[in-house]
Ligand binder design. Structure first.
Ligand SMILES: [Zn+2]
Ligand SMILES: [Zn+2]
Length: 328
């Protein structure tokens, strides 16, 4: 499924099967989960995508061929996960200080390199993960971005005890499970009036769930914003206790309205999360099966990627969409 131009539907197209070059694996893809970032790319909200582009960065597949100079971590037939971070230079100031997520020359799967809305792809073996056995191919796909980048956002909240989550989609739902596992008090904010999602959050174990226009019953030590809605930033800051932190977990957000300095003062912190490091992935895939973190998925055949994106965009998708390559 190929994006020729942003703001246009993807096209079903036969393209040449890629060949693994030095350091790469050839992967036969079996599943690729759909992320909100895919929508931002397709809708032209992120600058300078590779074009034409095969989107998708939550890829589950099996190693079919191994290029030269791949270390022995993978063998033919292994199941692997391919995440958003596809390549880094390894020697810029960020890479050399354990911040490869900020690499100046980083390449991103399904954005600046071809991704997983396809039957085959190649990937730099150093950035691929082994996936926990307890998950099947479809279940594990949504963990690869929502899980990893969500986890990075969660880690930024330190040992915050009272944790708010704004936007209870895939990432919010995944991270809520880890927060509860680690015995945090969880407060969930949804679109005002979305009682079904609030109910689901309480059922999962949130001690409070309400609309994003409401204040929680007590002040929060941290809040993570997963919705791409700028006005949530001052709202979340106002819900914080002194010294609390707001983490913006998305790659794109509408403009943030101005707010009085008062909302930030008393050592409140406002930060964002960009991309992931391989270490985030290794940590997350260690803790996820212990919780165990679960997602609800809805599968679509690969050639119905546009339908999945349309339903996601219009909010009609209840579960996380996963494209499957062998739906016949
Ligand atoms: Zn770098
Ligand atoms: Zn993503």
């Amino acid at each position: 499924m190929v994006l020729d131009q942003p703001q246009h539907p993807l096209q079903v197209r036969d393209v040449e099967k890629p060949r693994p070059s030095k350091g790469q694996l050839l992967i036969r893809i079996v599943a690729c989960a759909v992320c909100r970032t895919d929508l931002h790319v397709v809708d032209g909200e992120l600058p300078d995508p590779k074009l034409p582009l095969i989107p998708g960065h939550q890829i589950v597949g099996y190693v079919e061929e191994i290029g030269e100079q791949v270390n022995s971590k993978f063998k033919v037939g292994d199941r692997v996960g391919i995440p958003w971070l596809g390549w880094t230079d390894g020697d810029c100031v960020y890479c050399r200080s354990n911040r490869e997520n900020l690499c100046d020359r980083a390449r991103f799967t399904g954005y600046t390199i071809d991704g997983g809305y396809a039957e085959f792809t190649v990937a730099d073996a150093r950035f691929c993960f082994h996936l926990p056995d307890r998950y099947n191919d479809v279940e594990v796909a949504p963990l690869l971005c929502a899980g990893l980048i969500g986890y990075r956002s969660y880690r930024k909240t330190g040992d915050a005890h009272r944790l708010g989550i704004y936007g209870f989609g895939n990432a919010g739902h995944l991270i809520a499970q880890i927060a509860l596992f680690e015995e945090r008090d969880l407060f969930v904010f949804t679109r005002p009036g979305d009682h079904a999602t609030q109910q689901a959050a309480r059922k999962l174990g949130a001690i409070w769930a309400g609309g994003s226009d409401q204040m929680p019953p007590e002040k929060l030590d941290a809040a993570i914003i997963f919705a791409s809605v700028g006005p949530l930033v001052p709202a979340a800051l106002r819900a914080l206790a002194k010294g609390g932190i707001v983490v913006c977990g998305g790659i794109h957000m509408s403009d943030i309205p101005s707010f009085p300095y008062d909302a930030l003062w008393e050592e409140r912190v406002l930060t964002s999360v960009a991309n992931l490091t391989r270490r985030d992935g290794e940590e997350f895939f260690k803790i996820a099966p212990r919780v165990p973190v679960k997602t609800d998925t809805q599968t679509f055949p690969l050639e119905q990627a546009n339908t999945a994106l349309d339903q996601f965009r219009s909010g009609k998708l209840k579960d996380t969409a996963v494209l499957v390559m062998d739906a016949s």
